[in-house]
Design a binder for this molecule. Structure first.
Ligand SMILES: NC(=O)C1=CN([C@@H]2O[C@H](COP(=O)(O)OP(=O)(O)OC[C@H]3O[C@@H](n4cnc5c(N)ncnc54)[C@H](OP(=O)(O)O)[C@@H]3O)[C@@H](O)[C@H]2O)[C@@H](O)CC1
Ligand SMILES: Nc1ncnc2c1ncn2[C@@H]1O[C@H](COP(=O)(O)OP(=O)(O)O)[C@@H](O)[C@H]1O
Ligand SMILES: [K+]
Length: 498
């Protein structure tokens, strides 16, 4: 698991640690870690033997300690022969850092010398962004904004110090131009903004440098599971397993108007490891599901679920419609004492029937931004801009575990750190992939996983299946269909058991 902490918690932990160490120790640790990553990048990208020596490096230096880190790191690189130029962009500059750089032959130019600064940036092999760290607030002011744009256009490798300037460390919000990093070297702990879009998109590969903060950090605000976490949550069949013990998932989906969603949700469930899938719907979708998934046990229902056999969890909503009958069926599912995943049309119904969520067993909602906006009475752009805030609010107000889909899938449950899904690909943004996710995740619920683990594991495997189907051998990506994602689920599972 990668753990992330908001700015206030990082500052409190840093203060506690600093009180026990000689002044400047933490900055030296941070700078040494940053310089080591820069040296490695220069060595791997250049002819053997060149490495750091002679490499033109630019430091973009702001007024705070983030600039101090960059200057000390630059001094370390200059000591190894790099040609380091600091562009001083803040109203003031970290004095010790600047003196250290100058002492080993580094140069400094003020950002007010626009032509000089631009020429240095264009010549650089590597640019260190030390403009803003956890002290950044709101959109970048000048000259930071122009420097961020210039750095992005330069073709140099951009390494962000602690976080890319212009992203909000605690939320990932980006307001206007922000540094686009190839690598971010972050100190002490991950920051939520490095894991959640839009900030995560700016961070590139994130490397954590240990500065000794660990013992002083409280519980994380956000965490991102790794493959081994997910592998540990997944149920594995044993010799004692039978189809009932592995988990029977009920899928209430599809109607006369929409049939594809049902076929895809059942596909996600079948390939998600269900002992059995029971599919309940009207005649036409039942016929199509039987043709495509003979493994599923189907029941044609009217307005009651009484004829459907026992299940351990329900998936309700994809293609279900939003009329009175759909509402009544959803109400029956939510009146059971079983875990229930509600998606798509089911969520539309819930936005007018929030009372259906007053229940004790686990409820997992899987909205995209538009559906969550409807549930919360706000608009989708607001949700997209502040995904963490909205998913947390939804979990609290709706008495449910909430998985918010989109460019970074985030999962919230009251009083737990938000889980962020690290897999996934924009190629998944195609109709029907959400239905696959709901079938897969509902199956994990039926397999006995707590809602938050089922959601995190479902998102992880679904994202991996998206990547594997878009770019199966790393040779380049191609568009995928939702069916491709269903087909790639076994390969996604296999990567976790390797
Ligand atoms: N603490 C520690 O122990 C350790 C900390 N470490 C390092 O320190 C970093 C935090 O340093 P920090 O607190 O000095 O803040 P930092 O991010 O450099 O910037 C603050 C300045 O930016 C300005 N500013 C703000 N927003 C702006 C905007 N939008 N556009 C333009 N300007 C803006 C703001 O100016 P103001 O708005 O107040 O005028 C203020 O002067 C941290 O990320 C890590 O790298 C490591 O060495 C490890 C040990
Ligand atoms: N920009 C994106 N980057 C990564 N994944 C995305 C992006 N946009 C959408 N997705 C994923 O694609 C899937 C789409 O689901 P959804 O919106 O419910 O579509 P549908 O209802 O058509 O199935 C979700 O898993 C979502 O997380
Ligand atoms: K930075």
């Amino acid at each position: 698991m990668r753990y992330a902490h908001e700015v206030d918690k990082v500052r409190t932990a840093e203060r506690a640690l600093m009180a026990r160490l000689p002044e400047g120790t933490l900055m030296r640790r941070a700078a040494a870690g940053l310089a080591a990553v820069c040296a490695r990048l220069l060595s791997s990208g250049r002819e053997v033997g060149l490495g750091v020596y002679g490499a033109p490096i630019v430091l973009l230096v702001g007024s705070g300690d983030n600039g101090g880190d960059a200057l000390y790191a630059g001094a370390g690189l200059a000591r190894r022969g790099a040609r380091v130029t600091a562009i001083l962009a803040g109203a003031k500059t970290h004095e010790g850092g600047l003196a250290a750089l100058r002492a080993v032959g580094g140069r400094a130019v003020p950002a007010t010398d626009e032509a000089g600064a631009a020429a240095e940036i264009d010549r650089a092999d590597l640019i260190v962004d030390g403009m803003l760290g956890i002290g950044g607030r709101g959109g970048l002011r000048e000259p930071y904004a122009s420097l961020a744009v210039r750095a992005a256009d330069s073709g140099a490798v951009v390494v962000a110090c602690d976080l890319p300037s212009g992203i909000d460390a605690s939320t990932g919000q980006v307001d206007g131009p922000a540094v686009q990093a190839d690598v971010t070297v972050t100190f002490g702990t991950y920051k939520p903004g490095l894991l959640v879009d839009p900030g995560a998109r700016h961070a590139g590969v994130v490397e954590l440098v240990d500065i000794g903060l660990g013992p002083y950090l409280p519980d994380p605000d956000v965490c991102a599971p790794r493959g081994d976490d997910v592998a540990a949550w997944l149920p594995r069949p044993t010799h004692e397993s039978d189809k009932y013990r592995r988990g029977v998932v009920g899928v209430l989906a599809g109607g006369e108007a929409f049939t594809g969603a049902a076929v895809l949700a059942v596909g996600g469930a079948v390939h998600g490891g269900a002992g059995m899938v029971r599919f309940a719907s009207s005649e036409h979708p039942v016929e199509l599901v039987r043709q495509r998934w003979p493994e599923a046990v189907t029941t044609v229902i009217g307005d009651s679920l009484d004829q459907v056999g026992r299940v351990q969890a329900w998936v309700a909503g994809p293609g279900l419609g939003t009329d009175e009958r759909a509402e009544a069926l959803l109400a029956q599912v939510l009146a059971t004492d079983l875990p229930v995943l509600v998606d798509a049309d089911g969520l539309t119904i819930l936005s007018r029937r929030r009372d259906l969520l007053w229940r004790t067993p686990p409820t997992l909602l899987t909205p995209h931004a538009g559906e969550l906006a409807r549930l919360l009475g706000t608009d989708a752009a607001e949700v997209e801009a502040r995904r963490l805030e909205h998913v947390r609010r939804a979990a609290e107000e709706l008495n449910a575990t909430v998985l918010l889909k989109g460019s970074t899938t985030v999962i919230a449950e009251a009083e737990r750190p938000v889980r962020v899904n690290p897999t996934g690909t924009p190629w998944l943004a195609t109709a029907g992939t959400g239905d696959v996710l709901s079938g897969l995740t509902g199956t994990l619920l039926a397999g006995g996983l707590p809602a938050i683990d089922a959601a995190a594991a479902g998102a992880y495997l679904h994202g991996l299946a998206g990547r594997l189907s878009a770019d199966p051998n790393g040779a380049g990506a191609a568009p995928i269909s939702a069916y491709d994602v269903v087909d790639a689920l076994p390969a996604a599972f296999r990567t976790l058991s390797a």
